[in-house]
Design a protein around this ligand. Structure first.
Ligand code: AMP
Length: 290
């Protein structure tokens, strides 16, 4: 496994040792778990070369404390990537990604930028787009691998990629959420939870699953405000301190206030804070289930 810290070294390696190979790219912020490894494995299956980046992108954090407290476990990350035969790990510094001569860009993301995660994390998605755009232009992958755990982020990056010009077309592959046996979605942030917090956090997926069943069973008979209140209260009772949203969206990412056949829901998304740690999760609803 090549461990590379500098853009120039990465580009040299790609041009000399790996020319013309199909490249699968997995961008991460480290503190790796099996959710990340799932993306690596998918990439390994589908490409000749797999590159993982580890970069805690300061400009996407809207709270400085969240950035400083973000778990950093580089040694363990490298061991895990080696175990799963990742080919190249790229670990750039802030200056490598954001050199002084390259101004940050503003992407046209429309409403997507201001709702749900965007509402509660102002500026977050512009930070995400800047880093992913730069990484894509450095790596020039054939396929970009993202996890649907970050549902809105997938939409945002898809929107950004449709606006940007890349050296060659990049396919976006969105992979399923990897969960603990309890159902809790794996997240680097889970490391900051106590055992009790981890146990209570499972309510987030239980709520999503229950809400989905209710909606499937009574497609026209439930009021979405009732669903929202019920599961916000359930999460509060389970020890969550605050719930930012518990929201259904349609395929165009419109926020749904009513259930209708005309705009069927495709997912329920939620964000809630427990022990000061903000967790997000979602569940998809297929058209044939509704
Ligand atoms: P992060 O390191 O949190 O920025 O995540 C890097 C990538 O891993 C993103 O595309 C995430 O959506 C994906 N990811 C994070 N957690 C999971 C999970 N539990 N299952 C699948 N993918 C995940």
């Amino acid at each position: 496994m090549e461990v590379i810290y500098k853009v120039a070294v990465l580009q040299n390696s790609l041009e000399t040792k790996h020319k013309a190979k199909t490249i699968g790219f997995v961008p991460t912020m480290g503190a790796l778990h099996m959710g990340h490894i799932n993306l690596i494995e998918q990439s390994k299956k589908e490409n000749e070369l797999t590159i993982c980046s580890i970069f805690v992108n300061k400009i996407q954090f809207n709270q400085p404390e969240d950035f400083t407290k973000y778990p950093r476990t580089l040694e363990a990350d490298l061991a895990l990537l080696k175990l799963y035969n990742c080919d190249i790990v790229f670990i750039p510094s802030h200056e490598e990604i954001y050199p002084a001569h390259l101004p940050l860009k503003t992407y046209h993301l429309g409403e997507l930028e201001h709702i749900l995660e965007g509402e509660f994390r102002p500026g977050h998605f512009q930070g995400v787009c800047n880093v992913v755009d730069r990484l894509l232009k450095l790596v020039n992958p054939s396929v970009l691998y993202l996890g649907i755990k970050d549902y809105q982020q997938c939409k945002v990056i898809d929107t950004m990629m449709k606006q940007e010009e890349f050296l060659s077309p990049i396919l976006l592959r969105i992979c399923e959420t990897v969960r603990e046996e309890t159902g809790l979605a794996l997240s680097s942030r889970n490391r900051r939870l106590s055992n009790a917090g981890l146990k209570n956090a499972v309510t987030i997926v239980q709520s999503l699953r229950e809400a989905k069943q209710t909606i499937i069973k009574h497609p026209m008979g439930v009021h979405l405000v009732d669903i929202e209140h019920k599961y916000k209260n359930k999460l509060l009772s389970a020890g969550f301190e605050s719930i930012d949203y518990f929201q259904l969206v349609d395929k165009d990412f419109n926020l749904l206030n009513v259930l209708s056949k005309q705009y069927p829901p495709v997912a329920i998304l939620t964000a809630a804070t427990i022990e000061g740690i903000r967790l997000i999760d979602n569940i998809e609803i297929q058209l044939n289930e509704y």
